[in-house]
Design a protein around this ligand. Structure first.
Ligand code: FAD
Length: 422
């Protein structure tokens, strides 16, 4: 049976940083990364959200480490320079301009290379199906294209975005009754926004809603016509509501609902003046999911902790983002952080409260919905992935549960790999 020190599930931005960090600490073939898709990067690549943020706050960098290294290497391969406005202290710059736009395919290719260089065993098109704890190690039943097989692992790190591995291992989870909408993006071409008759399009939109050919929320942002989809050329504009896509059944529902929405929009726009040459190009292809479940950790980050930027003794990274809850009725519950505030993430929010030898990273860390609406962004996910790997590695090496590790050892190791630790 294959035996790994650490098995990471999910190769989104949190999982790749976790696996690379663990591989660099443990060496060849000690770390396994299991991913259900054929492409690394998760939401950043398969859902077209190729603009990770936010790494800088109030004029200085607050998140770095392996995630930032991957971005720098992507820019180098791309032959571009990372714009320097990120270091600006000007808080009139809107938060979305602080995301670092990357070429998704280059990012995935660089990631693949760094995973290989770190000696990580990458298993694409593979999912965990069963998890058993046998006293001091886990047996994980994986499903590949060739069927089921077991692997042994001392530590597990859940980076699935949906807490799937934690669920299989018996962790307690929080599943919100209502969750943020998903978004399917595309790249819409063949029209010129400056030449459009917006009034006419808006009037026709409501007529088609009445005729049953469009839904009121098809153009996202509440129940009304919005210029967002057309203006952004289909990027990050639709809102697919009322589906918590944590499992395969609901993932299927959200993909189908997303594509049906794009089809309605396409048919509608194609009939409008100026859209005769309209085309939708895929941008990742999957419906992006903002929220599903979080783990119940040793500590739950609250929105008060977040906006007050509470100092945690066991802080392992920063997080920087406005409170940003997309709501079906209200549109956006949005609040900028007060000047100078840089929230922190404590190690305890990565540790499930009821299972051993297990860590979580990315958007599923223990947090309330409003705190999660901010810390779910990619820079924080990358930093928590790296920190989870350091904690798991030190825990293995010293045979100590992560919450009992000397904090200084975790912080020093993270700093050795260029992470910024509060
Ligand atoms: C529409 C939209 C817009 C956003 N805008 C921004 C933005 O502007 N800037 C920003 O920084 N963030 C943004 N975010 C948030 C951010 O992209 C995500 O929260 C973040 O990428 C989550 O990273 P993750 O590693 O936790 O999970 P994911 O990126 O979801 O990665 C999880 C990975 O695990 C795999 N996986 C899932 N289940 C299993 C399983 N059972 N077995 C094996 N593999 C599995 C998935 O295929 C995926 O590769 C946005 C999100 C959405 C949906």
């Amino acid at each position: 049976m294959e035996h790994y020190d650490i098995l990471v599930a999910g190769a989104g931005v949190s999982g790749i940083c976790a696996a690379i960090q663990a591989g660099r600490l443990l060496g060849n073939n000690k770390v396994c990364l299991v991913e259900k898709n054929g492409l690394t990067g998760g939401t950043a690549t398969v859902a077209g959200v190729n603009y990770p943020g936010i790494f800088h706050a109030w004029g200085k960098q607050v998140i770095k480490g392996i995630g930032w290294e991957l971005i720098e290497k992507t820019y180098e391969a791309w032959g571009r320079t990372i714009p320097d406005h990120y270091y600006s202290n000007d808080d009139s710059i809107p938060h979305w301009k602080m995301h670092v736009r990357i070429d998704a395919m280059l990012f995935a290719a660089i990631t693949d290379r760094e995973l290989a260089d770190a000696g990580v065993k990458l298993k694409l098109h593979t999912m965990p199906g069963k998890v058993q704890f046998n006293g001091d190690h886990y047996i994980v039943t994986l499903c590949g294209k060739d069927g089921l097989y077991d692997v042994k692992a001392n530590y597990l790190i859940d980076c699935t975005g949906d807490a799937n591995l934690a669920f299989l291992a018996g962790a307690k989870l929080n599943t919100p009754e209502v969750c943020q909408p998903g978004t399917i993006s595309c790249y819409a071409i063949g029209y010129e926004p400056a030449t459009l008759d917006w009034k006419e399009i808006e009037t026709n939109f409501y007529k088609e809603v009445e005729n049953g050919n469009l839904q009121l929320d098809d153009f996202g942002w509440g129940k009304a016509f919005s210029r967002g989809f057309i203006g952004s050329r289909g990027n990050n504009a639709t809102h697919i509501n009322d589906i918590n896509a944590f499992n395969s059944e609901n993932k299927t529902k959200i993909e189908l609902a997303g594509r049906a929405c794009l089809l309605r929009i396409f048919k509608f726009l194609k009939k409008q003046k100026g859209f005769e040459n309209l085309e939708f190009k895929p941008l990742g292809g999957e419906c992006g999911v903002r929220e599903t479940r979080t783990i119940q950790g040793l500590y739950k980050i609250t929105v008060e902790d977040y906006v007050k930027a509470v100092d945690f003794e066991d802080a392992i990274c920063h997080s920087f983002y406005p409170i940003d809850l997309h709501d079906k009725e209200k549109g956006l519950d949005f609040k900028k952080l007060d000047k100078g505030k840089v929230p922190q993430v404590p190690l305890r929010s990565l540790i499930p409260k009821n299972i051993p030898q297990f860590l979580a990273a990315g958007r599923i860390i223990s947090s309330d919905r409003l705190a999660n609406s901010a810390l779910r962004v990619q820079a924080t996910c990358m930093a928590t992935g790296q920190a989870a790997a350091v904690a798991a590695t030190l825990a293995i090496k010293t045979k100590t549960q992560p919450q009992n590790l000397p904090l200084q050892d975790i912080k020093n190791t993270l700093r050795q790999f260029n992470a910024i630790v509060p």
